[in-house]
Every structure is written in C-alpha cells, then in structure tokens.
Ligand binder design. Structure first.
Ligand code: ADP
Ligand code: MG
Length: 285
C-alpha cells in the first residue's frame, strides 16, 4: 500500500528503506524488514498502531528509552524509534530464523539435550532482563526467535517490556489472538506480575518442548484458566516414561505454584538439567 509508506515518518524514510516484506504479525504489531540506507544492514521494523497504546502514551518515551539500552546476545536489541501521528516504529535486530513456535510445530518435540540448550538460552536472556528490572510478561514460543536459519542458530527473546505499555490485565485475559496457555496463575488471580511470571512461562515451554503438548489445556478459555489456576499438571507415563527425573524436577521448579517458591532465572541456569552434570552424580545408574 503506497499510502502506507507515505505515512512513514520522513526521518525513518531518510534512515531506512522499509520493504514490503512482512516478517511477522503479533497481537499488537506488524513487523517489516527495513534496510539501513547507509550500511545496507537489514533490520526488523516493528510497527505499533497508537490505538493499542491509547491512554499510555505518557509511558512510551521512558519505557522505550529503557528498552533501547538493552543489549544481550539472547535478547533482540532495539536500535531506534520513530513516531508518526498514528504509529510507533521500532527498529530492532533482524532475527531471520523465525519463531521457535514454527520450529516446534515442524519438529513435534525435542531431545532433552536440544530442549535444555534452548531453555538455557532463554534463561540467559531472562537473567539479563531481570537484572535490568525488566519483566517480559509474555514469554511464549511466538516471542522466541532464531537469529539465523542455521541449525545451531542462537535463540533470542523478543517483544519484551512493551507489555507495560501495551497491555493491562483485561487485555491479557481477553486477547483473542495470543495463546494464553503460558500465563502464570498469579497473573490470572491478579496477584502479581513480577519476575516469577517469566519463569512459569519457561516451565510451560520446557514441558512443551519435551512432549509436544501443553501442561494446561481447556476446551475453552475459561476451562484453560481454571486449569492453570489449579496449578495441577501431570507427566503422563505414555509420553514422559523415558524422560529424565532431572527434566521433571526442573519443570516442577519452574511451575511452582507459589511465585515466591518458584526458581529464579539465575538458579534455573545452575540446575543439573541445564548444566548437564547429571551423569557425574556418583552411583547413579
Ligand atoms: P507483538 O507485540 O504484536 O506480539 P512481536 O514483536 O512479537 O509483536 O512481533 C510479531 C512477529 O513478528 C513475531 O512473532 C515474529 O514472527 C516477527 N518478528 C518480530 N520481531 C522480529 C525480528 N526482530 N526479526 C524477525 N522477525 C520478527
Ligand atoms: Mg509477540
């Protein structure tokens, strides 16, 4: 749509050539490939219509200021921000390997070693974000992107921090497009949204990576939420019989119902399932 490119802020057009290539669509944003004119480097341009931040415009500058300082190998960096009358444009690293979500759909499930390698990368990104006082609040396979298309591409966290500006409780509960299966019980119970909510989501992802299905489910959203708020999940023998106790223990630590008792990102990185020290336990058969 040509009228759309005309609507890009002139400063954005001066610095970047925004292509028609759509990299993805999320609940709030459409993401296009953009080429930095001077260096010819490709970036991802996240376009957020201002109506989804209605009422929170005052937070925009301060939040984005924080987010542009974030710099970590497992976190998608934001480089620049532009604004027009009806949209905000954020230039970020291009992660051309696509969503973990799609790889998961293709692959079904992962070996323990491969899953642990992915979870470790998520945790490294989260330790960094949490140290920066940023709670992601929307960790899910759609928000985890591979940097390249290589088989051993690094995994990067995207879409962080913006939840503060974009969403409130009501939105989380009613967002039709997002899968709410990764939301921590304390969020649904409206009792908290601190760092532990991200570890819960990592717990759900770890579960899914290992068996190919989610720990909490429901015929409809109400049933799903009931299920999450009950905090009960099972390691069905049929699918989990061959999976190590260490993996199950890791999941139990991440899916601890009480956020105070839930493992932190830092401690989770030291878990034997991640450090792979299991075989060194003496006497273990
Ligand atoms: P939303 O806040 O609307 O969920 P996201 O930041 O998650 O927006 O982006 C939506 C989708 O666009 C992602 O799920 C992904 O497929 C794609 N995308 C987002 N950021 C990038 C990026 N840096 N590189 C490549 N694709 C991206
Ligand atoms: Mg997203």
């Amino acid at each position: 749509k040509d009228d759309e490119s005309n609507a890009y802020p002139p400063e954005l057009n001066a610095d970047y050539e925004v292509t028609k290539e759509t990299l993805g669509v999320g609940s709030f944003a459409i993401v296009r490939k953009a080429i930095h004119r001077e260096t010819k480097t490709p970036y991802a341009l996240k376009i957020i219509l201002k109506r989804v931040i209605a009422g929170k415009e005052h937070m925009l500058d301060s939040e984005l200021d924080i987010l542009t300082k974030v710099n970590h190998p497992h976190v998608v960096s934001m480089h620049a921000m532009y604004e027009s009358a009806d949209a905000v444009y954020i230039v970020t690293d291009l992660a051309s390997g696509g969503e973990l979500f799609n790889q998961l759909l293709d692959q079904g499930c992962y070996t323990e070693r491969d899953a642990a390698n992915l979870v470790r990368q998520m945790l490294e990104g989260l330790v960094y974000l949490h140290d920066c006082d940023i709670v992601h609040r929307d960790i899910k396979p759609e928000n985890l992107l591979f940097a390249t298309k290589e088989a051993d591409a690094k995994l990067m966290i995207t879409d962080f921090g913006l939840s503060k500006i974009l969403k409130n409780h009501d939105d989380i509960l009613t967002t039709a497009c997002g899968t709410p299966g990764y939301v921590a019980p304390e969020v649904l119970l409206q009792k908290g949204h601190g760092r532990p909510v991200d570890l819960w989501s990592v717990g759900v992802i770890t579960f899914v990576l290992l068996c190919g299905y989610t720990p909490f489910y429901g015929e409809d959203q109400a049933a799903l939420f009931e299920n999450i708020m009950s905090g009960k999940y099972e390691f069905d023998e049929e699918y989990w019989g061959d999976i190590s106790d260490s993996a199950k223990n890791m999941i139990d630590n991440l899916l601890a119902f009480d956020p105070e008792k839930r493992i932190t990102a830092k401690d989770a990185l030291q878990h034997p399932w991640i450090t792979n020290e299991e075989e060194q336990v003496p006497g273990k058969t």
